[in-house]
Design a protein around this ligand. Structure first.
Ligand SMILES: NC(=O)c1ccc[n+]([C@@H]2O[C@H](COP(=O)([O-])OP(=O)(O)OC[C@H]3O[C@@H](n4cnc5c(N)ncnc54)[C@H](OP(=O)(O)O)[C@@H]3O)[C@@H](O)[C@H]2O)c1
Length: 327
């Protein structure tokens, strides 16, 4: 598979998100660690070299699975993980935004242990911490890079001013923020800034939390406690309008024998070779489907039609989650 470039870090154009392996979405039956590990192995066999996790996924379970899966194959893969949503107090943890240098120092040791590695290739701040100046966070990551524990620095959901300030202290390799056919906010200001600074971009939820796969048609398709049931884009009239968007994606992909998931990913790949989406799945068959999007060639006309689709209806997160986003 061809590479994308996140600053000077090369990763496969299609990566793998390991969040659902720890159960963030509850639809689709109980977790199956063996299948998750087979999924990661299959991804590596197919040329995926970029696996994305975070200490908060589970918490900790996703990192443990990634660590188990890449044992013996560590050199084949760029491991990206994230700090800043778990607060460490000695042997106990709580959930709060905390990117203070002392918390990062505690977090990195746990991530290294669970991932069973001596270095993290790409270490992201998961959410900007309003209580810690970004310069202090960037400085703490710079120290970890100097010590060899971390290779590259990333930010997630950071606003332009935060990106500039962090980058001035420790060059940022990648920004990870939601981006897909139904979430295109980053195109206005963020992507031009990243290109000015030479920072790569990792679109999270590139399949619209699963909607762009065409497999979700009703709120009844979700498990009772699935978080998406209360997401504004999956409720009421917004949901009906967003399903119409998926139908158009499905129809365009069908012209070239591509599934809707492949069409959505192939469209992201047309945005540039500094863009490396991380579709999330815990299922082997789906990792095969998603990875094959690297070979899907959309025509110019298809790209234009995808470009001109109506934007999604509804906020991309509920109010509480939107409040955690740096703007
Ligand atoms: N930085 C951040 O704040 C942030 C936030 C969210 C996510 N992320 C990262 O981004 C990654 C991807 O995001 P995401 O998981 O939220 O959303 P996504 O990739 O847009 O969609 C994942 C959902 O779609 C399903 N799915 C995947 N491929 C499919 C296919 N081919 N056919 C049918 N269903 C399919 C998955 O179910 P199964 O797993 O059951 O297959 C899962 O429910 C995560 O794993 C995580 O690493 C980061």
């Amino acid at each position: 598979m061809k590479n994308a470039h996140l600053g000077d870090l090369a990763v496969s154009r299609i990566g793998l998100g390991a969040m659902t392996m720890a159960g963030t979405y509850t639809t689709g039956g109980p977790l199956d660690d063996s299948e998750s590990i087979r999924t990661i192995h299959r991804a590596l066999d197919l040329g995926v070299t970029h696996i994305d996790t975070a200490e908060v996924y589970g918490p900790f379970h996703s990192e443990e699975l990634v660590g188990r899966a890449v044992k013996g194959r560590r050199d084949e893969v760029v491991i990206a993980t994230k700090f800043g949503l778990v607060q460490h107090h000695g042997d106990t943890q709580s959930f709060a935004t905390d990117s203070s240098p002392s918390n990062i120092r505690a977090a990195v040791e746990g991530s290294l242990r669970r991932l069973d590695t001596d270095h993290i290739d790409l270490y992201y701040q998961h959410r900007v911490d309003p209580s810690t100046p970004i310069e202090e966070t960037a400085g703490a990551v710079a120290d970890l890079i100097a010590e060899g524990k971390v290779r590259h620095f990333g930010l997630s959901e950071a606003a332009p001013d935060t990106i500039r300030r962090a980058h001035a202290v420790q060059p940022v390799s990648a920004l990870q923020t939601e981006y897909s056919l139904w979430t295109r906010d980053v195109e206005a200001e963020i992507l031009p800034l990243l290109r000015e600074l030479g920072i790569g971009f990792v679109p999270y939820s590139p399949l619209g939390h699963g909607l762009l796969t065409g497999q979700i048609r009703s709120v009844d398709d979700f498990g009772d406690d699935d978080w998406r049931r209360t997401n504004p884009r999956f409720t009421g009239d917004n949901f009906r309008r967003n399903l119409a968007l998926v139908d158009e994606v499905t129809a365009i992909g069908a012209e070239i024998g591509a599934t809707p998931a492949q069409t959505a990913l192939a469209w992201l790949l047309t945005r540039g070779d500094d863009i490396a989406p991380i579709p999330g799945t815990r299922r082997l068959a789906r990792v095969e489907e998603n990875t094959a999007a690297a070979d899907v060639e959309l025509t110019t006309d298809q790209v234009q039609r995808l470009e001109s689709l109506e934007p999604a209806a509804g906020d991309r997160h509920d109010e509480a989650n939107m409040a955690t986003i740096d703007r």
